[in-house]
Write a protein that binds this ligand. Structure first.
Ligand SMILES: C[S@@+](CC[C@H](N)C(=O)[O-])C[C@H]1O[C@@H](n2cnc3c(N)ncnc32)[C@H](O)[C@@H]1O
Length: 338
């Protein structure tokens, strides 16, 4: 505070934002070298870690010091221990291992964000970013596998919070790896699902469905939901995690197509990044909104009220907007009259 009682301005906040890449560099380097897996439960010395990672003692000391300062490691009595979150999510082989997703996604988005300014100056491309990315089988595989790792927990959360039991057939549009359909069918024996996505994605989806032992209840349909015929007969249609990649006019059309695929009396469920009504946040949806510019995409993150209005325009009733993952994903649900 200054003498007049005003909060003293400093450059701290701006400096932290400008140099945040150093923190991500340290974290991603540590994940890549598998530092957290190598810190045994009894902790490890720098010498032991150097040997395990195949690095010099000096390099190891530098990495470990940065990780300790970031709170990723705890240094005690000459040994290094994992912090609670690194121990749960960044030790390879543990059930909640999250390192491959962080590495893949952060590394692939890094260059795109580095070149944000020229991208903002460029005109936007006419077709959606998923159309481009998923036309390459290798990219489609990378994104879909990373997507499974990042979203399977959200898929399980939806299964706990959304009552699938009244439904018989779930059409999962842009369903990716099947990370929502798989837990929904695992927890609801009376439910079947169809995952609809681009052909190169569907190849990978089938592998996840097979691993889950659900090939008898989850089928797949390759296609483009903006223009191909959609499977009919589903009493629940989901559009999860993909509408932010579409401009408002395209989104309204996709919502209308999805609604027409719902059988009378059924439900339409949309989950995505959505902004609050005055567009001041939350931060993650706001950054996703900007990210689409980095890809020169027409993608547009909408507010919950906008998505709800597309649903109502399509003919949905009893619409409802609720938080799904606070600060990140919002849920909009509506019913097709019987
Ligand atoms: C971010 S992923 C979300 C996957 C999954 N629903 C989830 O929430 O984790 C978006 C998915 O939508 C698919 N998608 C986007 N546009 C599509 C379109 N026009 N037709 C079919 N699939 C599409 C993408 O291929 C991708 O698999």
């Amino acid at each position: 505070m200054t003498e007049t009682g005003e909060k003293k301005l400093t450059t701290e906040r701006l400096t932290n934002m400008a140099f945040a890449f150093k923190q991500s560099g340290a974290l991603l380097g540590a994940i890549e070298l598998d530092l957290f897996s190598k810190c045994g439960t009894g902790g490890s010395t720098t010498e032991e870690l150097a040997e395990e990672m195949g690095l010099s003692l000096t390099s190891t000391d530098k990495l470990v010091t940065a990780c300790a300062a970031l709170g990723l490691l705890i240094r005690r009595d000459g040994r290094c221990f994992n912090a609670l979150d690194t121990d749960r999510y960044l030790v390879r082989g543990r059930p909640k291992y999250y390192g491959d997703y962080l590495l893949y996604q952060a590394r692939s988005e890094y260059d795109v964000w580095k070149d944000l300014t020229p991208a903002l100056r460029k005109p936007v491309l006419p077709s959606g970013m998923y159309h481009q990315m998923m036309s390459d089988p290798e990219i489609a595989r990378g994104i879909t596998v990373a997507g499974y790792n990042s979203s399977i927990a959200a898929g399980r959360k939806l299964t706990r919070e959304f009552d699938f039991s009244p439904y018989r057939l779930f059409l999962d549009l842009g369903g990716g790896s099947g990370c929502y359909s798989i837990p929904a069918c695992e927890s609801n024996p009376g439910l079947e699902a169809v995952v609809f996505d681009f052909p190169n994605v569907i190849q990978v989806t089938r592998e996840f469905i097979e691993q889950a032992g659900l090939t008898d209840r989850i089928s797949t349909r390759p296609g483009d939901f903006t223009r191909d015929d959609l499977p009919q007969g589903a009493d629940l249609v989901g559009v999860i995690g993909n509408l932010h990649a579409y401009a408002p006019d395209e989104t309204a059309r996709v919502v209308d197509r999805a609604f027409q695929a719902v059988s009378p009396g059924g439900g339409l469920l949309i989950i995505d990044y959505m902004l609050n009504e005055d567009k001041t946040g939350p931060l993650e949806p706001a950054l996703r909104h900007l990210e689409s510019a980095a890809y020169s995409s027409r993608g547009w993150v909408k507010t919950g009220a906008e998505v709800e209005s597309y649903m109502r325009q399509a003919g949905a009733v009893d619409t409802m907007v609720t938080d799904f993952i606070p600060g990140s994903l919002t849920r909009v649900f509506g019913r097709r009259p019987a």
